[in-house]
Structure formats: C-alpha cells, structure tokens
Design a protein around this ligand. Sequence first.
Ligand SMILES: [Fe+2]
Length: 173
Amino acid sequence: MQAELQELLVEQLKDAYSAEKQALRCMQRTVTKATSPKLKDAIEAHIEETMGQIERVEEALGTLEAKPGRKVCLAMRGLVEEAVEEMGDHKKGPVLDLVIVAGMQRIEHYEIAAYGTSAALAKALGSSKAAKLLETTLAEEKAADGKLTEVTQAEVMPSALAEGKDQRSAMRR
Ligand SMILES: [Fe+2]
C-alpha cells in the first residue's frame, strides 16, 4: 500500500514537472503580448518563480529516488492550447490583457490543485523534505494567482472597460 502511494506521488510529481515546463513556455510567449505594465511585471516575476519551481519538483523527485522522465501533462497541454487559441482572437491591447489573465489564472488554479494534493500526500507518507518543497511552491502559486487578481482590479479591468467605452462612443459618432 505504502509503495503504491509512493508511486502515485512520483507520478503526480512527474506530471507537475511537465505542467510547469509547459506553463513556463506559455508565459514566455505570452509576456510579449501583454500591454499592461503591471501584468507584464506579474508574468515576468512568475516566469522567474516557475524556474525555481521546476527545480523544486526535481528535488522532490530526487528525495523519492525518482527523475522527471517523459510524462506529458495533458491537462496543462489543454489549458495552454485553449489560452493560445483565445489570445489569437484579439489584437494587442487591454482586452487581450484580460484574455491573458483568464488563461493564466486557469493555469495557476490547476497548479494549486496539483500541489495541494501532492504536498498533502508527501506529508502523509512522511516525506517531509518533499512536502516542504511542495508546500513552498503551493504558497507561491497561490500568491501568483492573488497577484493576477490584484493586477486585474488595478489596471487590466479598468483599461478593458475604458476601451469598451471608447468603442461604443466611436460607433455612435
Ligand atoms: Fe504557476
């Protein structure tokens, strides 16, 4: 039983490793499409953080005597595909920024779910080193999600609404 659970944790972490790598590539492409300076900063900061998170997953796998391997996280593939497709429907500007946030927050929530379960499993199995690493990342993911909400309220949403108003008054003219 313990061995089966340990194997489950390893598989969860291999999945998280693939998810983070895909999210990283997505953010690196997305940051060039953002207009809001606050949003750009938030994405850039999370790109940096994500690099550390990838290392942390490797380290956690190492404590379980495992390696990332070639597992592909299909859920993240879907989230990224959908985000990229929706971004393609908008030109650079405040509305695209909102689309970027919508995609990124879906990605962050997926990661929060993944790390929540694996941190709890690591803890339950007595893998305290792995649990600590995963809890650290979990806290970062939650903070990144919160930052996106903050940036949206402060800059992205007001700009998108202002652009909507401009378009309406231009149509009336
Ligand atoms: Fe993340």
